[in-house]
Structures are given as structure tokens and as C-alpha cells.
Design a binder for this molecule. Sequence first.
Ligand code: PMP
Length: 455
Amino acid sequence: MLKYNDHATMNRWDNENFVHPWEGMEAIGHNERTFVEGGEGVYVVTEKGDRLIDGPGGMWCVQIGYGRDDMADAMADQARQMAYFSPFNNAHSTAARLAREIAARTPGDLNHVFFTTGGSTAVDSALRFIQFRNNLLGHPEKKIVISRHKAYHGSTYLAASVSGKERDRLWLDKAEGLAHFLPDVNPLHRDEGTSMEDFLDQKVQDLEQAILHLGAEKVAAFIAEPILASGGVIVPPPGYHKRCLEICRRHDVLYISDEVVTGFGRLGHWFASEEVFGITPDIITCAKGMTSGYVPMGGCIISDRLIDEVSGAAAQGATFSNGFTYSGHPVSAAAALKNIEIIESEGILDHVREVTPLFQERLHALSELDIVADTRGMGLMGCVECKMGDKTSLENDYQLGTIIDAHCQKNGLILRPIINMCVFSPPLIITKTQINQMFDILQDGVRAAMEAPAK
Ligand code: PMP
């Protein structure tokens, strides 16, 4: 087995052999990335031994923090006892227990968990389930999925096809005729003089008009993240999801709430759909915080109503031919069960609600800085958007987030830059002191980027 010994070697192997997600082809082969080799609580530890507060919580997922022995033990115990067996014809008690625990925490009648390997496969399975249901019920023409500009739902073919970030659609194909995209729901971009109430009316009308225009008999579902996460933490106007659900119900369109980011505590509740936004959707997709990122796992949670429709006498011998070797993987299920136990026994949901006001206050205070165009967020999610295009001193605006990140990393904070934005979703256990440290460093990082933009 090869062993690394120095940064140059690791970096070379990484460049020559590891194709990263969203790999930029211009830089392939000569990237210089930070190697993160350890973690403890809200901190990650780099190869140089630097301890950095983890601003994005891995990738919106490390809810309970890094380096927990109880998580490692739960996974190791399960691996020793029974690491894996096929979920196709057999069952496993750890996965059955997990499905039960999740069903006990979901809104309304969402009681059926289809386990997947991550968020993209959760969304894919939700979309395939809806296709299956409509075919079975004799509506094969009811297939269009309404999504939104800037939405991100994953990287498998179907999930990517309903994702609405334009830059991500430039070089790859999508499933033709599957998706229809509604315009921007970001209140920041509303026309001058338009009130939040009027903007809400417009956005809800966008959905209804799209359904009427496409024909309700052709529209299968509406998919929405409660807060558009990778699109830049876009919080729709208050009341948006509730009114969209009413419209969906009126036109027999199913509502998929993509809680891959917001599920498992990010907004201070197990799921945000009901407790934060007041809706009981037909399907919830989840992943990420489900295991706090310790191992991959996702889920597509389906309502009793939908399962009743496609089972029993209605099933006509049909099979939902969709599934994964690792659906309900015992080690992942053991991690997810332990994660739920920790979040509950340590009062982490209450903690998120308690520290949220400080997090949001410190986030919004950044808007005083010259180059900050907008700050927005909810719960322990936040985004700082910087101005683009009108600051000639900045070497390359598209790199603005990366430049801020480089400054922050020198001072103890790692960020997730997206073009001219930095998004935040720290581990949910972050203390008030650490929140203050995080925003102090960020403030200095933004100032430094204003003064010395080049890396
Ligand atoms: N849905 C949402 C809302 C997401 O943010 C993501 C990942 N960022 C996904 C789906 C896809 O999840 P995964 O990367 O685990 O496949």
C-alpha cells in the first residue's frame, strides 16, 4: 500500500488520480487544495495541523460535529456484527428501527422510508416513484416536474434534470421534456417598489400559471427545497410554501419537499416542512444530516396516501423496480440511529433555536461592509453575497468567494465559496462564542479581500 509523506506528493496524487466534484477542466492536474485530515467538534484540522472552524459543516451535513467516539463505536459495532446483506429479499433490524424512528419524526402521514445512498438518489427515487404511481393509476401523460431557477436537487440524471442552476446545465444533457422551471424566487431581485406581499402573489401565480399553461393533466409534481441551499440560501417570501401546496392540491400535483439540507435539525426541527413552513408535503427527500456526514445515506419519505394508492388491489401485480445494493445499509442505519439519539439526548434542536438569533444577527451585520450586496439566511444557514462587476480593484469577481476563503483560512475559518457568495451551515453544536469567532474572522476576511483581492 502506498503511503503519503509530504504535501507535494499528496497534491500530485490528488491532481493525477482524483477527479473532484465540479472539477474545473482548466485547472485539472494543477490544483492546490487544502487537505483536511482530522476533525473535532466544529473544527477541521488540516494536514499542517491548523484548526479551522468549519463554516459549511462539511457540505451542509455535519450536524453533531466531528470525531465522536460514540458514532464511531456504533458504526464499528454494526460492522462487526453484520456489515452488509442484500435488502432486496431480506430485512435488517437496524434499518427497520431507523425507518420507524424517522416515521415518528416526519409530518403527517409520511411514514414510508425508501432508503438511498445520498441526496441525488433520494430525489431520483422520488421522481421515479411518482412516474411509477402515475403509470399505475393510468395517467402516463402526467410526467412534467415543475422546479425553480437556481434549485439544486442532485447529480444523477433525473435529479440534475430538475435542477435549475444555469451554469451547471451548460455542458451536460438533461432528460428532455421532464422539467419546467419557474423564475427566481429571491426577494432581493424583486422589482423596485414591489412589496413582499405582492412578490409572494407573483411567485405563487408563477406556479399556478405554469400548471395551467402546461396542462394539469401533464404535471406530475412540484419540487422545492424549503430554502434553496446551493443556489445561495434563497429564502422565499413568508407563506410561499403553504400557498404553493394549496395550488398543487387544487390541481392534483404532488409536492416534493427536498429537505436534503434542511432536514435533521438545520432550522431547529427534525424537518422544516411542517414546523417551519407549515406544510405536509407528499414526499420528503433527505440525506446529509441524517448521518451527520459520518457515512453516506439518504431517504425518500412517502406518504400513506401514495403508498395506499399503489399497493393492495390497485397494484395489479406491479413492482416498483428501483433500488440500490446499499438501500438501508446496516452500518449507515446504525450511524443514523446514533445520530438521532445524540441530537435528541443532547438537546441539539433546542440549541439550534437558541443560537440562531445570534448567528443571524452577526450574519446580517456584515451588510455594512462595502462589497457585501446581501446577507440572508434562516436557522443555521446563511449566505453572504458580494458585489460583482463594479469593483475594479478585485482581480476577478468570479473568484471573490475563493479569495475571501483564502483570507479566512489563514485566520482559522474554512468557507464554502460559490462564485461571489460564501454559504454557511456550521455544525449544529456550534457555541455562541464560536459563532462570534466565525463572524469576526469572516468580517476580517471580507475586509482583506476588499483591500488585497489577489490571493
Ligand atoms: N438536494 C439538495 C437540496 C442538495 O443540496 C443536494 C446536495 N447538495 C442534493 C439534493 C444532492 O445530494 P447528494 O450530493 O448527497 O447526492
